[in-house]
Design a binder for this molecule. Structure first.
Ligand code: OSB
Ligand code: MG
Length: 368
């Protein structure tokens, strides 16, 4: 793989819905798409899943752009890549900045899968032809919440996730459970609680939730182990898991039973493949999380969710929930709670340059 040109596309895309979590409100995405070109004419695409401000984690679209410009793009242009798995090791000397790394690494995997003539899902060892999906619904007044759940559950989504925060937890959960006693339901707190809230978190145990995602701070390992030991409901870690070492620590400490894998948060596909192996051996269930991705990030999520370690529905909902229009063709659609994995080589969707132009704020070319 001889990378000869990389283009940074910087876009602002208005979201079709207002998305409120414990850390803030999102109404658009400030996003970087990376276009990577090789000497022999292949084009691969990657996406930075970082947000405008460091609210979910410490990276932002601006830090991703800076690290791409200064470190990762020069390195990618000056290396002969035999296989995309090399990227993870060759960039380990650069601390953190995993979302920046994944933006570039994802594009290398897309190219490599195209060169093999394989859908990315198959190229990374995925076995499924369809993936199960759920939907993540933001904080909103209870009547709207109930209406949305009715709509999405009616459309076939296989799991409903609602966002909670201190003061907004048992009340919405009880309301949802009263109206939908059998809906597969879970909650995500995005790290908003601490030890003082244990009574409330323990109260959630009685609602038959599939899991409670990231109730505590990302490094609250002892507290997670303590909480999980008192709960029947599985805990799921999202923000806590940055590396394979974090996953090993979670397993060793019995801090959770489920891990939400986000490719950007763990630094890419190679890192996710290694984590999947370890989690599977330890009996930890996995599912693919979401970061309100465009179609490019969505295609990468679909591919990783085809691994057989991914046993629970993910957060990759249909394109139309987020964008009008999305920047890929065809758009991602969900039928009966499943996405059919595209059969064509690489990401399996074509990137629509005309739609990118509609959202684009700037683009910069870098050549070897
Ligand atoms: O915690 O899973 C999360 C979105 C942005 C940041 C963090 C999270 C989320 C979601 C939305 O829950 C998932 C999606 O629909 O892409
Ligand atoms: Mg989460």
């Amino acid at each position: 793989m001889d990378v000869c040109e990389i283009v940074i596309h910087r876009l602002v895309m208005p979201l079709q819905m207002r998305f409120e979590t414990s850390f803030g409100v999102q109404t658009d995405r400030d996003v970087i798409l990376l276009e990577v070109r090789t000497q022999d004419g292949y084009v691969g695409w990657g996406e930075s899943v970082a947000a405008r401000s460091p609210l979910y984690n410490e990276e932002t679209t601006d830090t991703v752009e800076a690290i791409l410009r200064k470190e990762l793009i020069p390195l990618a242009l000056n290396t002969k890549w035999a296989h995309p798995s090399e990227f993870f090791k060759k960039t380990l000397f650069l601390h953190g900045n995993r979302m920046a790394k994944f933006a570039l690494e994802g594009a290398l995997w897309d190219i490599w899968a195209q060169q093999q003539g394989l859908p990315l899902a198959q190229a990374i060892g995925g076995t499924k032809s369809k993936v199960d999906v759920g939907v993540s619904i933001g904080i909103k007044p209870i009547p709207e919440l109930l209406q949305e759940i009715e709509d999405y559950y009616g459309q076939g989504y296989r799991r409903i996730k609602i966002k909670i925060r201190p003061g907004w937890d048992t009340e919405p959960v009880a309301a949802v459970r009263q109206k939908f006693p059998h809906v597969p339901l879970m909650v995500d707190a995005n790290a908003a609680y601490d030890e003082n809230h244990f009574p409330t978190l323990l109260e959630l145990d009685k609602y038959g939730l599939m899991m409670i995602e990231q109730p505590l701070a990302d490094n609250a390992w002892e507290e997670y182990a303590n909480l999980q030991s008192q709960l029947e409901t599985p805990l799921c870690l999202d923000e806590s898991i940055h590396t394979l070492e974090d996953a090993l620590r979670a397993i060793h400490m019995k801090a959770c039973r489920i891990i939400n894998v986000k490719l950007g948060r763990v630094g890419g596909i190679q890192a996710a493949l290694e984590l999947t192996k370890v989690a599977k051996e330890a009996g930890i269930q996995l599912w693919c999380g979401g970061m309100l991705e465009t179609g490019v990030g969505r295609a990468l999520n679909i591919a990783i969710a085809t691994l057989d370690g991914f046993t629970l529905p993910g957060d990759t909902a249909a394109s139309a929930r987020y964008w009008n229009p999305d920047i890929i063709l065809p758009e991602v659609t969900v039928t009966d709670g499943q996405i059919t994995v595209p059969p064509s080589p690489g990401l399996g969707y074509s990137v629509n340059i005309d739609q990118i132009a509609r959202y684009q704020e700037a683009q910069w070319h870098f050549r070897a």
